[in-house]
Design a binder for this molecule. Structure first.
Ligand code: SAJ
Length: 479
């Protein structure tokens, strides 16, 4: 425990002024909740006055949320804290010098999702801006999802270089990963438990002081900074792993001619007395901004922090990376199922018109980041098919025309392929679909188990295929 930092913090007294860098999905609700806490006197929201995001500064200072979509309670809360003079947004990073604590909530996207090397450029710029104005006794907290080792490594180095101060001696440094989901930002911050990890005990303690006032039912879980980084990346790695386990089971069930959903229900029935088999859902693939990257943060972390310390079985690949590969294989499997159904109707991918239903990566959402539908569409086009995309939730996507007119997308289709489990697609009527397709044996490929009754389609002459539906995928063509 650093005696020097302890005494500096003791002289400074309780946290009164808070800074939040990055006015996005994580920073805005966090700043509003800090400002709403009676123990804090003022919160600065720091936002670069860039062409793409600078508009947020004026909006936030009017108490308006610049975020898309419904966020219950957020706009009211912003109006309350702005009117009370407890929150203000600024591009002037010199005000960091007035802050007792500064959090950074800056996304870590990829230059190219294929290379899976995170682009830390925006985060580095934010850390540099904080470092330039950092004063003694301040607590700095990273909230972004980052590779384990970043807080004690890159972040610490930049802050010390820019400020001339020493982490753990002159200022406190911690990681408190966000766990928010769009549509429930305030609720998640208030109610989820919050892992808070400092580079030393003094930093951890100061970070607990910062986060405890904004939690309602959630509790603070103190740990080290690196443990907090591993917790965040591993919690998503484990979700991706569970999905991959369900997908592998679905592929096995297809090969063995059984219904994976019967098996899933059977497995799920084994519970009680502390027993559980948390089996998730097989599907057309895994998209989004979290699960598609966090496994690779964890993998990079162990390579950075323990390259020579890791004891591992021979040439075995990482279970987690294998899980990523299985999930990334599902769009290819969907194309295999589509080709199989078309072949049963005497057609090939080449020259076929495919109606792709659902571009969003998740059910009933407009979020299409890293959607698994994209690699499917690319491969289908490469195979010579024509692809029409429908999704009423998604307005636009670079390079892809997205229609909100289901009838138009279905008209003349040789194959109907479901990639998102939107409620629009639950209850599709075989006769209607067939009438739109206008052919004797249309194909239907169900990637999200939205077809409750495959027999209804099969009896109408469809060539049916479903993820995990080994009990139906080999059916004879009817009519
Ligand atoms: N998916 C499956 N089978 C499943 C669950 C999901 O194939 O059983 C697919 C979805 O279709 C989607 C992808 O996986 O394409 C990701 O789905 P998700 O429900 O994990 O949604 P995300 O990516 O928004 O994950 C976020 C994460 N939250 C944070 O990082 C703060 C994750 O930790 C949460 O568990 C998840 O939301 C959630 O549960 O809502």
């Amino acid at each position: 425990m650093s005696g020097r930092l302890s005494s500096i913090i003791e002289q400074k007294g309780p946290i009164k002024t808070v800074g939040v860098v990055g006015m996005g999905y994580v920073g805005i609700p966090a700043a509003a909740l800090f400002a709403d806490a009676p123990v804090f006197e003022h919160v600065y929201g720091f936002q670069r006055d860039s062409p793409s995001s600078g508009y947020k500064i004026a909006a936030l200072n009017r108490g308006e949320s610049p975020l898309k979509g419904e966020e219950p309670g957020l706009e009211d809360l912003l109006h309350t804290v702005v009117s009370a003079g407890k929150f203000s947004c600024t591009a002037d990073f010199s005000k960091v010098a007035e802050c007792d604590a500064v959090t950074l909530a800056i996304q870590t996207p990829f230059k190219d999702p294929k290379d899976l090397i995170p682009d830390f450029t925006p985060l580095i710029e934010g850390i540099e801006n904080v470092g330039r104005h950092l004063t003694e006794g301040t607590l700095v907290v990273l909230e972004s999802t980052i590779t384990p080792g970043t807080t004690t490594g890159m972040a610490r180095e930049i802050l010390e270089k820019e400020s001339g101060l020493v982490a753990g001696e002159d200022f406190a440094l911690a990681h408190a990963p966000e766990r928010v989901m769009v549509g429930r930002l305030l609720k998640n911050i208030r109610e989820h438990d919050r892992c808070v990890g400092g580079i030393d005990d003094v930093s951890t303690h100061r970070a607990v002081e910062l986060y405890a006032p904004v939690l309602t039912s959630g509790r603070v879980i103190p740990m080290t900074a690196t443990a907090a980084e591993v917790t965040k990346t591993a919690e998503n790695t484990f979700r991706d792993l569970q999905i991959a386990a369900a997908n592998q089971l679905a592929l096995y069930c297809e090969a063995m001619g059984i219904n994976v959903y019967d098996v899933r229900a059977g497995i799920d029935s084994l519970k009680g007395e502390g027993i559980t088999r948390a089996i998730l859902w097989p599907g057309a693939g895994v998209g989004g901004h979290c699960l598609t990257k966090d496994t690779y943060h964890l993998e990079r972390g162990v390579r950075m922090l323990g390259p020579d310390a890791l004891d591992w079985p021979g040439e075995s690949a990482s279970l987690y990376v294998t899980a990523r590969q299985i999930n990334d294989f599902m769009p290819a499997h969907m194309l295999t199922l589509t080709a199989s159904a078309l072949a049963q109707a005497g057609k090939t991918l080449k020259g076929a018109r495919i109606a792709l239903l659902g571009w969003a990566f998740i059910n009933d959402s407009d979020d299409a980041r890293n959607t698994p539908a994209e690699p499917f569409r690319d491969a289908a086009l490469a195979a010579g098919a024509e692809v029409a995309v429908h999704d009423t939730w998604v307005e636009r996507y670079p390079g892809v025309e997205i229609s909100h007119d289901l009838a138009a997308v279905l008209d003349g289709a040789d194959a109907v392929v479901v990639f998102a489990g939107h409620k629009d697609y639950r209850g599709l009527a075989p006769a209607d679909i067939k009438a739109h397709c206008g052919c004797e044996h249309p194909a239907i490929v169900d990637g999200r188990n939205v077809v409750a009754d495959p027999d209804a389609f099969i009896e109408t002459g469809f060539a049916y295929r479903g993820i995990g539906r080994g009990d139906k995928n080999g059916h004879a063509l009817k009519g």
